[in-house]
Each structure stands twice: as C-alpha cells, then as structure tokens.
Design a protein around this ligand. Sequence first.
Ligand code: NZQ
Ligand code: ZN
Length: 379
Amino acid sequence: MENFVAYNPTILHFGKGVVNDLGKTVESFGKRVLLVYGKGSVKKTGLYDEVIGRLKAVNAEVFEYSGIKSNPVIEDVDAAAEIGRKNRVDVIVAVGGGSVIDSAKIISITIPVAHSGWDFYSGKAKPATALPVIAILTLAATGTEMNPFAVQSNHKTKIKEGFHNSFLYPRHSFLDPQNTISVPRNYTAYGIADLIAHALEAYFGAGDATLSDRFIFAIINEALENGPKLLDNLNDYDLRAKIMYAANTALNGFTMYGKVNADWGVHSLGHILSLMFDIPHGASLSIAYPAWMKTLKDRMPERLELLGKNVFGTSSPDETISRFEAFFQKIDCPVHLQQTGILPDKKQEIYDLFIRNNVGGTNYQLSKEEVKQIVDYLF
Ligand code: NZQ
Ligand code: ZN
C-alpha cells in the first residue's frame, strides 16, 4: 500500500431540504454573488426561484451567468469571469450538473487574473487564489461537487481535458436528491455509467490497496443493483439518494487512498468522442469502456478476474466484460458509436485525434496498435 494524504475540504450537505441553509452559508463569504447555471432546467424545476429567494433573504446582490452547455466550453468561463470581475463578486453559486460546477470552478480561479481560463489548462498559468464556490448539484454523476477536478473543451485547439488543483474544491456542496428527480431517464443512466466508470478508473490504477478495491466493488454493486430500479422509478427519492451518494463517493478521493494512481485512460478516449460529436459524457464512457477492456484484457487478467468475482460472481475476464456491456445496454446507454448516429466512416478521424491527444492512462499506456483496436471495437 502506498503512502497517502487524505484531504478533502468540501463541506457536504446531503439530504432533503439542505438548500434551506444556502443563504447563511453564502452570507459568510459576502453579499455579492455570481450565480451560474445551465440552459434552463433550473428554471423549469423551480430551483432557480428557490435559490434567488434564499439569496435575496440575506440581501445578497446577485449577478447571473446562464447558458453553460453540457460538455462546457471555455468561452463561457471567460465571459462569466468577466462579469464576476467587473462586479467584484465575493462568491460563486453554481446550480446544475458537472458542466456548470466545473465551469464555476474555473471561473473562480479566472476572476482574480487577467487572462483566459484556458491558460490553466495549457500550463501557461497556475492558480494563485480562488473565489469560494458553493455548488448546488442537480445531477448525480461526476463527483465534481467534492473533488478538485474541472473539465473544459476548447474547440479551437480540439482539446477536452481535466485540470486539477486544490483551489478547485467547492467550499460547500448542497446535495438534495429531490433536485435530481427531474433529470430525464437518459441523463440519469449516463450518470450511472459515469459513476461506474470513475470506480473502474480507480480500480485499474496501479498499486496494492485492497480496502480501496473493496470500496470500489461496493460502489459498483450499489450502482448495478439500484441503477436499473431507479430507471424504472425516476421519482423515487431513496433510489435517487442512493445513486447520488454512490456518484459522490466514486470520485471524492476515497477510492484512491493507498494507490499509486487511477488510470483515466478511458476518460481520455471519452473526452475526445464528446469533443468530436458532442456525445454526453457518460454515454462516451459506456461506449469506450467495453472497447478498452476488450483490447487490454490480456494485459490485466488478474485484475479482471478479481473484478468479475466481486461484482458478477464470475472469474472469466470475457464474461466480466460482456456483463458490463450488457448492463450498459440494459440501462439504455450506447455501447457502440452507431447507436449515437456515428458511422464507421469516421474511424480514421477518430484514430487521428486519439493519437494527436496522446490518449491512454497513467497505468495502462496505449500503443498505436491498441488505439487502432479500440477504435474498431467502438463500432
Ligand atoms: O443545462 P441544463 O438546462 O441545466 O440541462 C442539463 C444538461 O442538459 C440537464 N440537467 C442537469 N440537471 C438537471 C437537468 N435536467 C433536468 N433536471 C435536472 N435536475 O442535464 C444535462 C447534462 O448536464 P451536465 O452538467 O452536462 O451533466 P454531467 O453532470 O454529467 O456533467 C458532465 C460534464 O462533467 C465532466 C464531463 O466531462 C462533462 O463535461 N466531468 C467532470 C468531472 C469532474 N469535475 O470531476 C469528472 C467526470 O469524469 C467528467 O469528466
Ligand atoms: Zn467521468
């Protein structure tokens, strides 16, 4: 087992009605608030009105930036940071899924400086300070609400990637499962695929940390058991709560203690697919994970055997891979690109961008032949 530092400063408020405490929490950081949200789901659900009400109740002055798109783009970050800077905001309140919260994180380090948020990704700049971010999560998937990662796309340079820094932990995150009840069936399923993928990325990292492996099996089993039930009962509070907590635990650091690293190779593939075709993040992973496992299975027979035993009761690597594939299909997530309307004539373009972006993980680097094999399996 490796040495590790357990650090997670995010204060998590989980459960029914937790957003009631938003006003006093925001007030502790100041009165000038930049409110960031997406394309409008928060207005339809009434959460926007609730948040505004709670902010007004503490006499906060609210400046807004809306329209953050799924698979967020850096232009929105820069435009929102400009509004925040001009209005000298004290705190950022992000209401939405991973795209909104990731954007708020980068906005929080961009406001204090006079350059684009992309400079943090390109390595031109390092964050020296950050405004506090308070997140109200509306979609269970990414774990961003309690981690130091933020993913952005830059269509000019054709890169979608994650940036991580300790300044990116939200100061508070409010997770009321009731706020996820309106998530449509497809995005609910993509969130389940994403959380399983996060557990698997940690599992396929290097290092001997048996307790972390067991946490990982527990998270995956929780999703395998409750995911399909939730898809049949989208309004069920308890199932929403179970999946929301599983998604949080899958990427809040907990699964990586005692390991050398997590792999993240499949995410590097998924990010390129989302960048090229705007595929929802979780759907890119339900397509990429089976393809990656099929290609790499002979490099990791023992890991696949242990995984299979603990989640499906089989020691066969092939069966384990096909059971994951079958599960994704069962919850209506795509497992081949054709299911998202992308045809094999795109193979070369995908391969070229995979190679240009140097796809692969920290533990399992990929040869060109393996990348080509993965591309074939994507279809
Ligand atoms: O824009 P609105 O109208 O809010 O609609 C969103 C969006 O269309 C909708 N939605 C969210 N909450 C809803 C809702 N609709 C109805 N009711 C609600 N309660 O759902 C759609 C998807 O939202 P999005 O935020 O894009 O989804 P998700 O949470 O899956 O976030 C995906 C982004 O996070 C990144 C992904 O790459 C992608 O860019 N990730 C971030 C990570 C991190 N920071 O740790 C790790 C992940 O691996 C991932 O890479
Ligand atoms: Zn993910």
